[in-house]
Design a protein around this ligand. Structure first.
Ligand SMILES: C[S@@+](CC[C@H](N)C(=O)[O-])C[C@H]1O[C@@H](n2cnc3c(N)ncnc32)[C@H](O)[C@@H]1O
Length: 259
């Protein structure tokens, strides 16, 4: 479950051909979820995304995330990926599951969908991949512009990223300026959770803190001066809420963050 996209210079994560080859090579290995499985992300997904929401999963790969969400009651998930190999495999696998649809699409150009098409967009590792590719800043601007366009007012972009503070890979001071552009009108919250399997050192002096509490960040993305990042390779969950009149989803659940 834990793979590292810090190896940007070794693998071309921004390139469709790279992903096609990889999904062909791994065709017999079953599905794979980058970073975290749904079970770990569920408190955040359930808090911010009602089960009746129309959800767009960008860069779905061959992950189980959407399947697990459907098992948890989600009714309408559109999955896109730049890899036709991944999309063909997933479409075949889930042809009997009407709640999930699959389309090959580049997240930088989703003009197939009209404005305000989705209540929620979920991104687990896709912006990270684009940040590894050629013209990364332009790709990020194009992708985030499209995500913003497709979100309904009140809708949520749930973005899961790797952070490698040691090399400032996903450091929020690097990421927040991308997300905080005024054209998107996003109100941003950050949660930080450790990698699956991370063991706190026995002599760790840090206080017990709940990963279900948002971490305050400055406009520039700085963490509080006294914040202790127990796992330096934690996963950051950005909740970017599009401001504006929220849409009324009748079965909005009163779900609160709990495990
Ligand atoms: C790190 S993997 C994450 C896969 C999946 N979201 C998960 O959590 O396991 C990144 C995915 O993004 C896809 N991808 C990369 N660039 C893309 C683009 N421009 N448009 C759409 N998908 C892209 C890749 O094909 C790959 O499936």
């Amino acid at each position: 479950m834990y793979r590292d996209v810090s190896a940007c210079s070794t693998y071309n994560y921004g390139d469709a051909l790279y992903w096609d080859e990889r999904y062909i090579q791994e065709a017999n290995c079953g599905s794979f979820d980058w970073y975290q499985r749904y079970s770990a992300l569920r408190p955040f997904v359930r808090k911010y995304i009602p089960t009746s929401a129309r959800v767009l999963m960008v860069g779905c790969g061959n992950a189980l995330m959407s399947e697990d969400m459907v098992k948890d009651g989600y009714e309408d998930i559109m999955n896109i990926d730049i890899s036709s190999v991944a999309i063909d495999m997933m479409r075949r696998k889930y042809e009997q599951v009407p709640q999930m649809k699959y389309m090959k699409m580049d997240v930088r150009d989703m003009s197939f969908f009209p404005d305000d098409s989705f209540h929620s967009v979920i991104d687990k590792g896709t912006l990270d991949s684009l940040m590894c590719g050629n013209n990364a800043p332009i790709s990020a601007v194009n992708m985030l512009g499209e995500v913003s366009r497709l979100l309904k007012p009140g809708g949520v972009y749930l973005l899961v990223m790797l952070t490698l503070m040691s090399i400032t890979y996903g450091d929020p001071t690097v990421r927040i300026p991308h997300l905080n552009r005024s054209v998107y009108s996003w109100k941003i919250e950050l949660y930080i959770i450790p990698r699956p399997g991370f063991q706190k050192p026995a002599d760790s002096a840090s206080s017990a803190k709940s990963f279900l509490e948002p971490v305050p960040i400055t406009e520039k993305g700085q963490l509080p001066a006294d914040y202790v990042l127990e796992d330096p390779d934690s996963h950051f969950i950005y909740i970017c809420k599009k401001t504006g009149e929220p849409i009324d989803l009748s079965n909005k659940s009163p779900y609160s963050l709990s495990l």
